[in-house]
Design a protein around this ligand. Structure first.
Ligand code: AMP
Length: 515
């Protein structure tokens, strides 16, 4: 099994189908795409001595050549190590070195100094792989299902990132599961890379190559709702992954421009909590285009999914409860909520989410201890806490490390965040525990207000008291303009803890007019 096989098959079946689009412009059809990938593989082998199984790191922003390079790497039987271009070059250098990459491909003419210092790897510009003489593709290097295709560095919200070994078999299972549980894909569809290809958004490429569909790379380097709207109107049938913050920005922009979502077929959201009020507003503004996925690098894209119909059907059974869940287990995996010993808990009880099946990673690269801690008896321990209802819908509570224990009682930040974000003046909120001599921990809320709105502690406190148990309500509010997020849009609770400790005095209500 080798993902490059999907490319060569599509090139044979639909050679003239548009494959790669730079903005709205088609720059390669499937035949050309396959030729370019084969030529890149040739160069990797001949000039750089790359052998099957060698790691090739990519440290550059999204572009059409990024996708060509990925397929070139697989064509040669090598392992892709995509690294988010928004990371600091020092962080990237660490990943290159950890992966033992033979080569690291960058976009700039001059490699950033820390990368040039990594001993194992040669730093090469992407220009080395552009405009090569394109011979007939031939066949990709044979690989087994158990061989690694993608070394996926975790976002490292806790400690050092770890290299998740995603095999060809994992990718095949993930792609099949997408067709069964998330969305159908046809040749007229287009996957838009609205987030870094190095992370979750990049994993979507496979299903669209299998179907000979279009790959679209927006011109803007950051998420630009107006460009997406223009591309949707021009290209039609756009599908893309969006983290909850991106959905929120798209919806805010659509409300201003009057965009109805026409031209967008599917928006898959996930990667972090989507609050009820946000998804309701999103569906009301953009229509029945949303599907939710719950996954993690360690079981890429594939733990649970909440379907388009369930999200959009307001009359559906227990609609609101289900909308607040992450859906049901993907068809190819088993999902259970377990106690500390791995025993399945009765429905409705909160415990750690475990998953087992063909999408679960082979392990962490060069890190047997972390692998042993994460995969026990074939079950991946996700580090997420959740509860399963009798119909199999899983509602996530929090990462186990984010749980707050106040006066001996568990408080799940997500529940308090849900309530706060439902307040009309609140744009986003993060809730965390702070050490307290009396209670062990107290609940602290960091809140960003909507532009032009103001709210103070009393208003938010009154809102919380009206909606959740008194002991769960924040004892302290801190107001910021925007929550700190990492390069993947995930709220950085570690950074918030630092902010709380060092910069923000208690009780500092402000209005957010300056946003
Ligand atoms: P990553 O491996 O960086 O993609 O992060 C995976 C983590 O993101 C999961 O373990 C969850 O904590 C979180 N996550 C992913 N999808 C969702 C979702 N749909 N809802 C809430 N949290 C999610």
């Amino acid at each position: 099994m080798n993902p490059a096989l999907w490319l060569t098959r599509a090139a044979r079946l639909t050679p003239r189908a548009p494959a790669l689009l730079d903005g709205a412009d088609t720059v390669a059809d499937y035949e050309e795409f396959a030729r370019r990938a084969a030529a890149i593989a040739g160069r990797l082998r001949e000039r750089y001595g790359a052998l099957p199984g060698d790691r090739v790191a990519i440290f550059m922003p999204n572009s059409v050549s990024y996708i060509e390079l990925l397929y070139g790497i697989w064509f040669a039987g090598c392992v892709a190590v995509p690294i988010n271009s928004k990371l600091h070059a020092r962080e990237a250098a660490w990943m290159v070195s950890d992966s033992g990459a033979r080569l690291v491909v960058t976009s700039g003419a001059k490699p950033p100094a820390p990368l040039a210092c990594v001993e194992c790897a040669t730093v090469v510009s992407i220009d080395e792989f552009l405009g090569l003489d394109t011979a007939t593709p031939g066949d990709p290097q044979q690989r087994n299902a158990d061989d690694i295709a993608w070394l996926f560095y975790t976002s490292g919200t806790t400690g050092r990132p770890k290299g998740v070994m995603i095999t060809n078999g994992n990718i095949a299972a993930m792609a099949m599961s997408y067709f069964v549980d998330v969305d159908s894909v046809g040749q007229r569809d287009a996957i838009l890379y609205a987030a870094p290809i190095s992370h979750g958004a990049g994993l979507y490429n496979f299903m669209f190559t299998i179907r000979g569909a279009r790959h679209v790379v927006p011109r803007a380097e950051t998420f630009d709702p107006l460009e997406i709207q223009a591309l949707a109107e021009r290209l039609d049938n756009l599908c893309f992954f969006a983290a909850p913050t991106m959905v929120r920005r798209l919806v805010a922009s659509a409300r201003q421009t009057g965009f109805s979502g026409a031209g967008i077929r599917t928006i898959v959201y996930g990667g972090g909590p989507m609050y009820l009020s946000d998804i309701k507003e999103a569906v009301a503004t953009l229509g029945a285009r949303f599907v939710q996925i719950y996954g993690q690098g360690e079981s890429p894209m594939t733990i649970c999914a909440l379907s388009r119909d369930l999200i959009a059907d307001r009359q559906g059974e227990r609609w609101e409860t289900r909308l607040g869940s992450v859906g049901r287990a993907h068809s190819c995996v088993e999902v259970r909520v377990a106690d500390d010993s791995g025993q399945e808990l009765p429905r409705g009880e909160i415990g750690e989410v475990l998953v087992r099946g063909p999408t679960v990673m082979k392990g962490y690269w060069n890190n047997p201890d972390a692998t042993e801690a994460a995969i026990r008896d074939g079950w991946l321990w996700t580090g997420d806490l959740g509860e399963m209802d009798t119909d199999g819908f899983l509602t996530l509570r929090d990462r186990s490390k984010d749980l707050i224990i106040s006066g001996g009682t568990n408080i799940y930040p997500r529940e308090v965040e849900e309530v706060l974000t439902a307040h009309q003046s609140v744009l986003e909120a993060a809730v965390l525990g702070e050490a307290d001599p009396e209670w062990g921990e107290i609940v602290v809320a960091v809140v960003a207000l909507r532009q032009g709105h103001s709210a103070d502690d009393d208003a938010l406190d009154g809102h919380c008291v009206a909606n959740i148990a008194r002991f769960k309500r924040p004892k302290r509010y801190v107001y910021v303009h925007e929550l700190p997020k990492n390069a993947y849009g995930k709220v950085l609770k570690t950074e918030l803890r630092d902010l709380l400790g060092h910069h923000y005095p208690a009780h500092s209500p402000t209005s957010n007019e300056g946003r």
